[in-house]
Design a binder for this molecule. Structure first.
Ligand SMILES: *[C@@H]1O[C@H](CO)[C@@H](O)[C@H](O)[C@H]1NC(C)=O
Ligand SMILES: *[C@@H]1O[C@H](CO)[C@@H](O)[C@H](O)[C@H]1NC(C)=O
Ligand SMILES: *[C@@H]1O[C@H](CO)[C@@H](O)[C@H](O)[C@H]1NC(C)=O
Length: 177
């Protein structure tokens, strides 16, 4: 149960500042499950292999609503065990603009390629390119395994977009590239 401390940190600390070199996270792919056509004109991902440890994702997005600082994201983790993804106690909700402002999870890397809207979010067509998670800024001690993360974006309690990311976590000491 070595992951419990970090779950509590995620839930109870307003500030998420991590530096870890305990594991690598290999993103397998990100897919858009659904979106609300009232707020999003289209949303697509394209996943590609970047190098041995990094998969890149390109996002194209048409935002029909100026979300301002009001987009929330609920995150639920699932870990693959006994042939299925089972609920894993990673579950939290964040305000996306606040998360980006603090660079939690290294999310300012959303701006390293493309033209995604800065906060407050505006309407428009946006591209985020060559993105992959900056796992050096993720919490330490996540157990090795295969994970599915479910992301639900909401705007004043209305669903905006649901995406899922698949990734595997390997201990650095066990990883022989
Ligand atoms: C893969 O690319 C990432 C991002 O540029 C880089 O940090 C990492 O060191 C690269 N890995 C290898 C094995 O080249
Ligand atoms: C962002 O880039 C895309 C692709 O180049 C372009 O179609 C879109 O108009 C750009 N959006 C903004 C807000 O500049
Ligand atoms: C991802 O986007 C970048 C920048 O626009 C582009 O150069 C690259 O070809 C795209 N990759 C794929 C697989 O579409």
């Amino acid at each position: 149960m070595s992951y419990l401390p970090f779950v509590f940190m995620l839930v109870f600390s307003g500030v998420l500042m991590y530096e870890q070199n305990d594991y690598i996270m290999i993103l397998e792919h990100v897919e858009i499950v659904s979106y609300n056509k009232q707020h999003v004109g289209f949303a697509k991902t394209r996943n590609f292999k970047y190098n041995r440890t990094h998969t890149g994702t390109n996002f194209t997005l048409k935002m029909l609503t100026a979300f301002g600082n009001n987009l929330q994201m609920e995150i639920q983790g699932y870990k693959f065990a006994s042939n299925e993804y089972r609920l894993f106690p990673i579950t939290f909700a964040v305000n996306i603009c606040a998360t980006i402002a603090k660079n939690d999870f290294g999310l300012q890397n959303l701006y390293s390629c493309g033209n995604f809207s800065r906060c407050p979010f505006k309407k428009g067509n946006f591209v985020i390119c060559n993105w992959s998670p900056d796992y050096s800024k993720f919490p330490p001690f996540i157990p090795a395994g295969s994970y599915m993360m479910d992301y639900i974006l909401t705007y004043f309690d209305q669903p905006v977009l649901q995406a899922q990311g698949y990734a595997s976590v390997k201990r650095i000491k066990d990883f022989n590239p």
